[in-house]
Ligand binder design. Structure first.
Ligand code: DGL
Length: 265
């Protein structure tokens, strides 16, 4: 079992930012990635639909004998984590709790900003998880629906993105936060525009680093760290318009053109 691949999934390609970090921090691990590009975005959908879609992705990965599941999507983590844990015989690592733990350790003035999709923000999953650990922390949150298409279009350096980032983040900045959670796996692709809007004094925390640190801990505790030198990376999506190859390669940081395969769930 320890040499089986890690299963990682997202509503689309944003989760590749987490996959890239897994390969960096856990270079001996094989992985299978699936992104539901036919039905992305999940961020504007209901809890019932997100849960249904998420369980189909989980089923796809479990049939391929993954040794653990990484939920590389904040929207799925916010809406469907308990249902996923109910059906999964293998450990499940989500993006939400590790990021919350990191943010609480990071903030000095106890003011944390949270940005994410409409679903993640409306569901208040981050607020509840933070308040559970430290009720004194003030949270300012804001949905940034245009960030997902802007990240996919590669507009990090574009003036329009900078303008929209300032507009979206004005309440968050006004709240005097010193820590900002990028509660969507697409947002690291807009880090420059976001950083410029919030200023140097605010620390940005994205999903990838804390999630993979937690993954490493879980695999080690369960004696599931691989000792197999033969690595295999597999990437599946549910639809492949030509654009997916380019965008996925940008998110992953290297060319995925011939590596992505289309699958029907
Ligand atoms: N990757 C998703 C997340 O982290 C955002 C994209 C979507 O709306 O499906 O929430």
């Amino acid at each position: 079992m320890r040499n089986n691949p890690i299963g990682i999934f997202d509503s689309g390609i944003g989760g590749l930012t987490v996959a890239k970090e897994i390969i960096k921090q856990l270079p001996n691990e094989s992985l299978i990635y699936i992104g539901d590009t036919a039905r992305v975005p999940y961020g504007t959908r209901s809890k019932e639909i997100v849960t249904k879609f998420a369980l189909e992705l989980v089923d796809f990965l479990l049939r391929r004998k993954v040794k653990c599941l990484v939920v590389a999507c904040n929207t799925i983590s916010a809406y469907a984590l308990s249902e996923i844990k109910k059906v999964s015989p293998v450990p499940v690592v989500d993006v939400l709790q590790p990021v919350v733990d990191r943010a609480i350790k990071t903030t000095k003035n106890k003011k944390i900003g949270v940005i994410g999709t409409q679903g993640t923000i409306q569901n208040r999953a981050y607020d509840l998880a933070i308040k559970k650990l430290d009720p004194k922390i003030k949270i300012v949150s804001c949905a940034c629906p245009l960030f997902v298409p802007m990240a996919e279009e590669g507009l990090n350096h574009h003036q329009a993105t900078k303008l929209i980032a300032r507009e979206y983040l004005s309440d968050v900045i006004g709240g005097g936060i010193d820590t900002l959670i990028l509660g969507c796996t697409h947002y690291p692709l807009l880090d420059e525009a976001i950083r410029e809007a919030v200023g140097k004094g605010v620390i940005l925390i994205d999903s990838a680093g804390p999630t993979v640190t937690e993954l490493k801990k879980v695999l080690s505790e369960k004696n599931l760290l691989s000792n197999n030198p033969y690595l295999k990376y597999e990437f599946f999506v549910t639809d492949v318009p030509e654009r997916v190859y380019q965008v996925a390669s940008r998110f992953f940081g290297s060319d995925l053109k011939d590596k992505i395969r289309k699958v029907t769930l």
